[in-house]
Design a protein around this ligand. Structure first.
Ligand code: PLP
Length: 344
């Protein structure tokens, strides 16, 4: 039997998401935090392993809603925000629009779900091309627009007035993906959530030290949440993740300290990288830095030879690599290696 012939055409044409584990000493490729919350994972004794998790994640929902000052009815969890992207596209369908370059999952999931993609290139400063979006809105009437701000992989926040112009002109839903908001000097869209019924804000615990939990969440008008909740798989967030998140979210001081340490190191990395003549370094409001080199394959391979793994994104942004901010020691090792490689 030829299994490939049974597979849907759209899926057959796909390649599985390549999250391969590359052996390395210093892992700076996936925008994770170098600081974990191992002690929050300690107290699992109370979990009844024979029971399904709380499908509504009530304890966690109320805790987080209180922290963020939002209505718990306006909050929905996903097994990572990746899953919420899936749910949003499943619920509303396409066309799905987003700027490029940006986070790859908006396009991958749209493709998987056979929805039309409308890609609008960013301008030369990596900001939103409002006219491009307005044209796309008129012509294609996208049901969903995904805006990652700060944007992965460019690192910048989009201008708030441009985001608002797109929200105001859109007859569909605009999702502002704030995965990297904790590292940004800007407030983000949360204070504006109540003013726009078609605004959804997406966040994740993955970038702030809890990537292992796979916990993302979206904030929106409860009517949107109720619709998306219809396609959510019943027990999508497991009991262990819920319990660890509840314990970790109480450690506010530790969260603040780890975020501050990452931002301080990001600024140091940026300043030091700017000193290297053959490297173009782009400012960042996230926990990673985009940089352009003359030969990205050579720099990537040479860093890896020294045990340092970064992300080669030359196919997404020509000539570019992306480095995640690590611990001070890791960053120092990266800077030393990058200097040696690019100055030789
Ligand atoms: C912009 C953006 N959104 C969402 C995600 C996915 O986050 P999660 O781990 O919650 O699925 C990422 C991960 O890299 C990201 O860069």
């Amino acid at each position: 039997m030829d299994i490939r012939k049974l597979v849907k055409k759209q899926v057959s044409a796909l390649r599985a998401y390549d999250a391969k584990r590359v052996p390395c000493k210093i892992k700076l490729d996936a925008n994770e935090s170098p600081y974990g919350f191992a002690d929050a994972a300690g107290n699992m004794a109370g979990i009844r392993t024979n029971r399904y998790p709380d499908p509504e994640a009530r304890h966690l929902r109320h805790l987080l809603a209180k922290d963020l000052g939002v209505n718990p009815e306006g909050l929905l969890f996903g097994n990572g925000s990746d899953e919420l992207i899936y749910y949003l596209i499943t619920t509303f369908g396409g066309p799905v629009s987003y700027p490029v370059p940006t986070f790859s999952m908006y396009g991958i999931i749209s493709h998987t779900l056979c929805e039309k993609k409308i890609e609008v290139p960013l301008d030369k400063d990596f900001d939103l091309d409002v006219d491009g979006f307005l044209k796309a809105l008129r012509k294609e009437k996208p049901k969903l627009i995904f805006l990652s701000s700060p944007n992965n992989p460019t690192g910048n926040c989009f201008s708030t007035d441009r985001i608002l112009k797109i929200i105001e002109a859109s007859r569909g839903i605009v999702i502002v993906d704030e995965a990297y908001q904790p590292f940004s000097s800007e407030k983000g869209m949360l204070p504006l959530l109540k003013d726009y019924r078609n605004l959804v804000i997406m966040r994740t615990l993955s970038k702030i030290g809890l990537a292992a939990l796979r916990l993302g969440f979206m904030l929106a008008d409860p009517e949107i949440i109720r619709e998306v909740n219809k396609v959510r798989l019943p027990f999508n967030v497991n009991s262990f993740s819920q319990a660890v998140a509840v314990a970790a979210l109480k450690k506010k001081k530790e969260f603040r300290a780890s975020i501050k340490a990452i931002v301080t190191e990001r600024e140091r990395l940026f300043e030091e990288m700017m000193k290297i003549e053959s490297v173009t370094t782009f400012p960042s409001e996230a926990n990673f830095i985009l940089f352009r080199v003359e030969d990205p394959d050579y720099v990537y391979a040479s860093l890896l030879k020294k045990g340092i793994l970064v992300r080669n994104i030359k196919n997404v942004v020509p000539g570019c690599l992306r480095v995640t901010v690590g611990t001070p020691k890791e960053n120092t090792a990266f800077l030393k290696a990058l200097n040696e490689i690019t100055r030789s």
